[in-house]
Write a protein that binds this ligand. Sequence first.
Ligand code: UTP
Length: 480
Amino acid sequence: MELEKTLRERCEAHGQGHVFRFWGGLNAEERGRLLAQLEQVEFPLMARLAREWILETPPPARFDRIEPVPVLPAAVHRGEGAPEAWDAGEETLRAGKVGLFLVAGGQGTRLGFPGPKGCYPIGPLTGKTLFQYHAEKILNLRRRFGCALPWYIMVSAANEAATRAYFAENGHFGLGAENVVFLRQRMVPCMDGAGRFMLEAPGSLSMNPNGHGGCIPAMVENGVLDDARARGVEMLSYFQVDNWAVKVADPYFIGWHALKGAEMSSKVHRKNTAREAVGVHCLCDGVYQVIEYSELDIYPQLLETDAAGNVRYFAGNPAMHILSVEFVQGVFNRFDRFPWHLARKKIPFVNDAGELVKPDSPNGCKFETFVFDALQFVGHAPVAVEIGRLGEYTPTKQFEGDNSVVAARRSMSEWWGGWFDAAGAPVPRDADGRVSVPLEVSPLFALTRDEFVEKAAGRAWDLSRGLSVDADGTATAPPA
Ligand code: UTP
């Protein structure tokens, strides 16, 4: 009773008393759920977001001076300092100073898969999931560098139970349950066009995870930083669940971060076109930022190309970072200054008659934080390292089209096709030179082309129908 009274008063004081309008008809479980949701709401924060973003129109950020960020060359170019970066990265890994941080708390709405996105069977032949690909890479790196590589996985209320169950059913892929640490991010209430909380059911608020930037408070509040410190981990290699190709702990990248004494480092990829829908790493009035693609028209210089047609501000954001443990703590201490972003979405809601309405057009607001905004807090030495996309960045946002399951599977064939070429195997290709069969190689068998060639050269490979190579090198072709 006391909790109900307190929360009712808090809601009334913030103009959200309507969330109790079905209270009389709720059973004990529904009441308990609503109160539990309301208990975690940060009312002053939500009031500020409603005022700044919904009730008033925020002025767009304006920067007087925008410059491209300095970018270190991709590993393949073997530029100045590359050997030292490799050595430093390998030494940092061997010393056990690296942990892995995976964000997997998103709702995966565009893919529409019924389950956590990491459980999506991305392997065209094996049906291997995104989580399993990540896990096999980690096992290979552990073998190679003799380190524990603790894996922190951020989940949300939307998928925590299913994700934990999936890892338990699969024996944590042999990583050891103590080395796979789940942490839950916070949720925030969705709001309508008047800044009022929305209900998804008479006894339940509509809520969304607080964005991948929610990893900053989640790491502190769930004891991840303390756990990392206790293990001697000094930096976290951050990646997203939907990219099968990600190098989960890339020695070259780690090495640059270590050599430069960086707080936060980022990989960047060359934009395909000036208007490509990715954020761009820039220096804005001297401050490191990622400018979102929705703001390209506010800063037309971001669309400039040189005489050869190359985009001048080319540093697209593939969402791969290294965050130093003490830097995360510092950002958390100033999290009240961390930016929030608004997305207008179609949000099903309960009307005054208690009926669920599914809108045809955006009717509500979701607020999220983005991890790249932590770059604004970097005090010195931001590091950006270029990558090629093939074999490193093919995110899975939807089934078909750009950044899709279909494109990811095609990239697998191209990537591993190059490995088979190097091993001297005949790779079937179409008239345009594209690999025409599905290919998969277990990261437990080989994580790099060199490793593959060492193990695979001289063997007779029949790729005519496609092929998957498992951990011990057994090759299986799909049925004719
Ligand atoms: P996206 O922004 O692509 O979102 O997340 P999503 O949930 O995968 O898909 P849509 O937009 O609903 O279709 C990029 C990465 O950030 C994680 C996701 O799990 C994914 O790895 N993420 C996103 C979180 O961990 N928490 C969030 O609140 C949002």
